[in-house]
Ligand binder design. Structure first.
Ligand code: HEM
Length: 156
């Protein structure tokens, strides 16, 4: 059960961030002001209400699964998790909330774009770290083959 929850929450959290990132870039490049405001609102609700619990479940279940595992791959996953959590809670969530307020109020000015750039950067960072955690997770579960003898050894 924790394994399934971990897999599901990890993949869903990553899919959320990828969706927020790509839809933001797409709508801000090609969409109208109302569609930008609409997207910003959807990212907060339901977006953050799906993303934040998924990150928490992925992290919690990950540390639970790691109780019986040792090795370099597990250590790397453990080190990435606090960065993913801090980036999510301290940067992505506040950015999404203020951008939503500003877009709804029609104040799309320089400050909006600076915060937007910070949000995109934090989103891309989290997506990369979560992607690495997925790759390492699939190696740990044996679904993805470790490519070198050193990588095989790191699994144990
Ligand atoms: C958002 C962060 C994370 C994501 C996206 C993620 C993703 C994944 C994925 C996709 C799997 C493969 C599951 C399967 O094939 O059934 C996995 C397995 C695993 N993950 Fe994570 N993970 C994350 C965080 C963590 C953390 C913080 C730990 C703690 C060290 C951890 C420990 C593990 C372990 C031990 C496995 C292997 C489970 C097994 O088959 O025995 N994960 N992870």
């Amino acid at each position: 059960m924790p394994k399934r929850a971990h897999l599901f929450a990890g993949i869903l959290a990553s899919a959320c961030i990828a969706t927020f990132l790509l839809s933001t870039i797409f709508v801000e490049l090609f969409g109208s002001r109302p569609s930008v405001a609409n997207l910003k609102s959807l990212i907060v609700m339901p977006g953050l209400w799906i993303l934040v619990p998924c990150i928490a479940i992925a992290g919690g279940s990950g540390f639970f699964l790691a109780k019986t595992r040792k090795g370099r791959i597990v250590d790397s996953k453990k080190k990435r998790m606090p960065i993913i959590a801090a980036n999510g809670l301290l940067i992505l969530v506040p950015c999404a909330i203020v951008l939503n307020r500003w877009a709804a109020a029609g104040s799309v000015d320089t400050t909006f774009w600076i915060v937007q750039a910070i949000e995109l950067l934090a989103g891309a960072t989290n997506l990369t770290l979560m992607g690495l955690n997925i790759r390492d997770g699939l190696r740990l579960s044996g679904r993805l083959r470790a490519s070198t003898p050193a990588a095989v050894q790191a699994r144990t």
